[in-house]
Design a protein around this ligand. Structure first.
Ligand code: AHQ
Length: 243
């Protein structure tokens, strides 16, 4: 699947070392949606209750897309060792076992976040109010993940290198700025911090192993930028829709 690639005169340039390549990937954090004006305003307490509800309702569409995206990647993974790790991501969101309590999964936790900000379960599940551009951005992610080589789809998940901080920021700022939100509702953010670390450990190894020439490494950076743009675009659309 085609994504925007930056034309570069790379002929003859040696591949980056693993350390240099990882540093290049992490340097992309400058475009992460933690820096988006809406996220900055939200974590500074600048959102109205309606804006927070709008953000939670729109982001729920992204959360619903994640396990479907991961199942598409799983289907393209030829090696059991990778599938054994990747399948965990689906269970993290859809739940497992008796689906009760901590086994209920991230989608249930997000529904609890919705209830904590004042969105009824059925209203959230109705996807009413999800902005067209949010759907478009999330669907682009699912479609890319389904059609791209599985290693490229894995690479696109590496925006999660930057996710622990954005979850920690919410846990640190929301109780102060939005005391009306039941702290129980923030459980999703709390749970994601260790899970993001586990995900990135696997995703980074696949990425550092697979993209082995300088041109391929630049493609990996373009893939990561594509996913960063998805997250940024979502907040652009949410900021506009939630005015
Ligand atoms: O809750 C998030 C999540 O489960 C994932 C999975 C991962 C992926 O496979 O692309 N990315 C991701 C992200 C989640 N939350 C976002 C947020 O801001 O709360 C961050 C997002 C990411 O960094 O890609």
């Amino acid at each position: 699947m085609d994504i925007a690639t930056t034309p570069r005169p790379l002929a003859g340039l040696p591949a980056w070392t693993r350390e240099e390549f990882e540093a290049q990937l992490r340097d992309k954090g400058r475009s992460y949606h933690i820096h988006h004006p809406f996220n900055v305003r939200m974590n500074a307490g600048g959102c109205t209750p309606d804006e927070l509800r709008c953000w939670v309702a729109n982001r729920f569409y992204y959360q619903l897309c994640i396990p479907r995206k991961d199942a598409a990647i799983l289907a393209n993974m030829p090696e059991r060792a990778h599938r054994r790790l990747w399948v965990e991501r689906i269970l993290d969101h859809d739940g497992y076992g008796d689906y009760e309590g901590s086994a209920s999964g991230g989608l249930e936790a997000w529904i609890r976040l919705g209830e904590a900000v004042g969105i009824e379960r059925d209203k959230l599940l109705s996807l009413q109010g999800v902005a067209p551009a949010v759907r478009f951005a999330c669907d682009a992610y699912v479609n890319f993940a389904a059609k791209a080589p599985w290693q490229e789809a894995v690479c696109s998940s590496l925006t999660e290198m930057f996710a622990p901080q954005i979850h920690k920021d919410r846990l640190a700022s929301w109780p102060t700025h939005y005391p009306w939100i039941d702290a129980e509702g923030l459980g999703y953010f709390r749970k994601r911090i260790p899970l993001a670390g586990r995900d990135v450990e696997h995703g980074l190894q696949v990425t550092l192993d697979h993209f082995s020439t300088r041109a391929a490494q630049h493609r990996a950076l373009d893939i990561l930028q594509f996913k960063l743009d998805i997250l940024w675009t979502m907040l652009d659309a949410i900021e506009k829709a939630c005015q």
